[in-house]
Design a protein around this ligand. Sequence first.
Ligand SMILES: *Cc1c(COP(=O)(O)O)cnc(C)c1O
Length: 389
Amino acid sequence: MEQFGRINLSEEQLEALQTPCYVVNQDRLEENLNILGRVQNESGAKVLLAFKGFAMWSTASLVNKYLSGVSASSVNEALLGNEYYEGELHVYAPAYHLSDLVQHVKVANHIVFNTPSQWVKHRDFMAKYPDVKCGLRINPEQTESDVPLYDPSAPFSRLGTTIKNFKANIKDFDGISGLHFHNLCEMNVDALERTLAKVEEHFAFFFDKLSWINFGGGHHITRPDYDVERLIQIIKDFKAKYQLQVYLEPGEAIGLNTGVLVSQVMDVFENEMQLAILDTSVTCHMPDVLEMPYRPFILNAAEANMKPYTYRLGGPSCLAGDVLGDYSFDQPLKEGDFIVLGDMAHYTMVKTTTFNGINLPGIYLYSEKDDRVKLVKHFGYEDYKSRLS
Ligand SMILES: *Cc1c(COP(=O)(O)O)cnc(C)c1O
């Protein structure tokens, strides 16, 4: 059961947790990093951790061991990178206040601008920091995601410079040493190949002015069926053809299948069907379930009616739609039962809220080697209060 990150806690280990909580298997995380490290070593690309997907800084020392740096999209992410992570720090954001850049230039090696207008606005400031490399995000206009929420190439996209806009502003690109595209979401290497073909077709004429290119994130490199060898070959061919330093900045691939969210049943009752209230909230603790939307894996549960006892599982907030979905179990659920949700390390703890005053889930690290769970952090009233005033 890949999605549970090989975290199969004993009843005793579960009882010792304060739920709800994320439990991340550090050995499984290291396996992901090891794969990404191999991509770096064999392809010559540099792999950065994109904080957007996974910013569990208590695991920074592991990330530092394998990757070349981090990718931030805000001042706070950049400050976190500077405080805990080693290697290069890259920054991209759809737009910068001058006050953002004042902070970024203190910590960043690369700063990527979204549009020619952002670049023109800030290039005089950037000229004062010649050690910081400046890049431009391009929009390859190659739709790969069928979900518009995750498609930077969608019509009217605000992310990146279109081919037309690029060509119209070329006279202003002195000082730009690299290009950046981010066009994928949970994709295999075929999507990268199509995107790269589009990038080469429309932007390669400009490559001799550059020294680096960033292929963005969305590469599901650590998924079992991902064609890692093909990725390595593509990068090698690209590097040989254009002599550019290639960067990848996956987020999800680092945390993929490394952690679970453990919750407990708080109440069970009936309203024309069986319902159970959990101590974890969908909207607060795994908002992508509603936003993306998707159906999470639950340990030892199946689709509705596949097993004898079916429940609609929901959270403790007052939002009517705070619902996980309908799942079936071998035994009737009762108060205190543990519900373990799979693949919950990425795009969860980076997105949690304290909506409705619901506590943030605690964070634990699990060591598979010695089968031990260690508390990293609990959250409480101060965390809720500090976000309001
Ligand atoms: C979201 C994002 C990433 C990381 O994407 P994953 O799907 O988590 O790999 C990288 N770069 C940029 C610019 C992003 O917006």
